[in-house]
Design a protein. Sequence first.
Length: 446
Amino acid sequence: MDVQKILNKLRIEQLNEMQQHAAEAILGSDGDVVLLSPTGSGKTLAYLLPLIQLINGQWSMDNGQWPIALVITPGRELALQSDNVLKSMGSGLRSVSCYGGRAAMDEHKVLKEVKPQIVFGTPGRLNDHLDKENIARYGIRYLVIDEFDKCLEMGFQAEMQKLIKSLPGLQRRILLSATNAEEIPGFVNMSKKGTLIDFLPEEEQTSERVTLYEVRSEEKDKLGTLKQLLLSFGDESSIVFLNYRNAVERVSDYLKEEGFTISSFHGGMDQRQREDQLYRFSNGSANVLVATDLASRGLDIPNIQNIIHYHLPESEDGYIHRVGRTARWDATGKTFFILNSEEHIPEYVEGDVVPYAATMPQPTEPAQPKMATLYIGKGKKDKISKGDIVGFLCKSGGLKADEIGRIDVKDRYAYVAIKREKLKQVLRQTQGEKIKGIKTVVEPVR
């Protein structure tokens, strides 16, 4: 397997030090590995790259024994994201993500069809498939628990214990975390010859590349202050964190009325809504994501410049994970505390927090994002590829190749980012048109 070819495909020049150590530990021994590294340091690639090298050449379809590896994640977003990372690597390995919020029967059909070497999923859904023998337990040799501290925090101990006990052929375990858990649960049954890779900073609470600001709100209701703060950012990418679902909806409605193009994200939304909203934000079709702390972990969205604490974080751990969304890899970032007269910077916040002075003069209208997102109602099951979509949008929609951004083709539909100013043109010109001889729905994702 050509590792450099995979890195080139991902547009990565070389692995960072943590990723190199992880690869050496996973490939250079037959023991278990615990990897501790800050949010945003590239842990997904750190375990996936050596894992696919381990699996490559070991794959066997004898007696239908698939998959060979399970990856446990605390939430559906991380399962989907990790699955997408693997697919983007072009390794040739097949994968499926499984999670609640959709019919297990539909996933069973996909599992039978794809016959994946790697399955990503939440503990409860993976147990469900194992219990129903939708996944053959006897061929599983590798188990990855991503964000194992979060899995424990969310109360998945019993589910994980049951899952691990049901894997008779399990040989190796890889555990990953962005925090230093006090101990690894006994039921994980790590081998004594296991390796600990600890890249957590001893003193640094947040990256030194993050600048901390406070923004004072004269009113107890901070909406007006938030608006002015976002106006000062122009078209920069920002996440506004709140502690409650109804607050996310209230702030989102206000910002939309004020002309901002935003995405919303919280646990009360159904899976399709959450996917739509995250996709719009990650591909540049929305400048602002308004979210609960559900968005503070497991979402690998690059180039987020600003983190805004509209509500103060409820804990130091929550604060660390919020701020970990910015300054990823070698980038810089800023975090802002909006404080009314009754609030102050939490005592656990380390580092200098300086008053924010916006660049003058301030814009009077919100900057609009560069991209817009299209939904196309055909996907892999319809034999539609990224190339087919590019051809369709160029021929029927009148676009140039450089006016098309990120494309994600799902089983039954696809998302496409296009230049925002071309949206009306594309919707008009593709109405009633066919893609590969098939009529399809083309509509904006809002």
